[in-house]
Design a protein around this ligand. Structure first.
Ligand SMILES: Nc1ncnc2c1ncn2[C@@H]1O[C@H](COP(=O)(O)OP(=O)(O)OP(=O)(O)O)[C@@H](O)[C@H]1O
Ligand SMILES: [Mg+2]
Length: 334
């Protein structure tokens, strides 16, 4: 039995990941909370709550406490964090000594104070904060300590962050208000407009993950989905073509490509020379979407690198920091 624990928490808009020092695995849960509408009593969090989304009776509501990468509902977020930490610690007894928590690059002083307040509700001995792109870069094995420019694109659920890094620091970071959630909504809207057919956000996400692409990297095919037909006013099944899903995702893909283009325009000639060799590194769950490598390399004629398990880049970077705290302390905010 251990007496002290160290935790790393990556609180994401759609998925949150926790790592407990000394264990190998990560626990990942969708950032969802199901509450009783009148008493606000929490009923479930994570996967269990996400599964209820769109299926609950009127006395239950399912809430996502983060929007666009930042906390939008503090009370509910607190419930989520509390339960997530409890779930991670399980039956272990002891003190959580160090907690490393990541913040979006653009979090303002007010937001940082709010995050800190949120964490001070727990009996942690020490709270460390790290900016998300730095953690993601470490997790993507970018050697940030070198005088060598790198561009990292973190394709998250709520936002896409495009960061230029060099010499242990962020040269520039742009956060685009476009992410996996917008893509899910675009799929929902396209199906509704073209087929008079309604699907929920969970189904839209499943379609994106299974059948979505932003370049014709595989042969197109037809697949079946279930939902509500607005013309017949009845539950129905329909067939869709993967071409239509690609068309629905195009506007979001264009926004990201334009964002990358803007990041290139701000590079100094030295950084541009480095980036021409290092290319673009993708992180975040959105990096799994089929076609990013083709689109980015075709448009910019640069190499594209997607590390293994890109959705875990941030937590992997945080794990590196917690296990070598002295070495990386200078990157942290206390
Ligand atoms: N195989 C896949 N194909 C396409 N998209 C995927 C795949 N797997 C996950 N995603 C998408 O990745 C997004 C989640 O990524 P990630 O966990 O990095 O985001 P987050 O940290 O919750 O969000 P943010 O960083 O914006 O706060 C979701 O929109 C999810 O649908
Ligand atoms: Mg994230």
């Amino acid at each position: 039995m251990r007496l002290f624990y160290h935790l790393a928490i990556d609180l994401g808009t759609t998925y949150s990941v926790v790592w407990l020092l000394s264990t190998d695995g990560y626990s990942q849960e969708p950032t969802f909370v199901a509450l009783k509408r009148d008493s606000h009593l929490p009923l479930a969090i994570g996967q269990e709550a996400k599964q209820m989304h769109g299926l609950v009776p009127t006395h239950i509501e399912v809430i996502q406490p983060l929007r666009g990468g930042v906390i939008s509902d503090f009370e509910v977020c607190s419930v989520f964090l509390q339960r997530l930490i409890k779930k991670t610690l399980g039956r272990r007894r002891g003190i959580v000594r160090n907690v490393l928590f990541c913040l979006p690059w653009g979090a303002t002083d007010v937001e940082v104070r709010a995050y800190r307040k949120q964490l001070e509700l727990y009996p942690f001995s020490r709270i460390y904060l790290i900016r998300e792109p730095l953690a993601a870069a470490l997790g993507a094995d970018i050697s940030i300590e070198n005088p060598n420019g790198n561009i990292l694109v973190d394709l998250g659920g709520g936002t896409t962050e495009i960061t230029t890094l060099s010499l242990n620091g962020v040269v520039q970071c742009t956060s685009l208000k476009v992410g996996g959630n917008n893509m899910d909504q675009a799929i929902q809207q396209a199906i509704e407009m073209k087929n008079f057919f309604c699907i929920g956000p969970t189904t839209a996400e499943k379609i994106k993950i299974k059948h979505g692409s932003i370049a014709p990297v595989i042969e197109d095919y037809l697949f079946e989905i279930k939902g509500f037909h607005r013309f017949y006013h009845l539950p129905r099944k329909i067939e869709l073509n993967t071409v239509d899903i690609r068309a629905a995702l195009e506007a979001s893909a264009q926004k990201v490509l334009r964002g990358i283009n803007s990041a290139f325009e701000t590079l100094t000639p030295e950084l541009a020379a480095d980036v021409s060799t290092n290319g673009v590194t993708l992180a975040g769950g959105g990096a799994y979407l089929k076609g990013w490598t083709d689109r980015i390399s075709q448009r910019f004629d640069l190499p594209v690198r997607i590390p293994a398990e890109p959705h875990l880049c941030v937590i992997r970077g945080m794990k590196k920091i917690l296990t070598r705290l002295k070495e990386y302390r200078f990157l942290l905010e206390e």
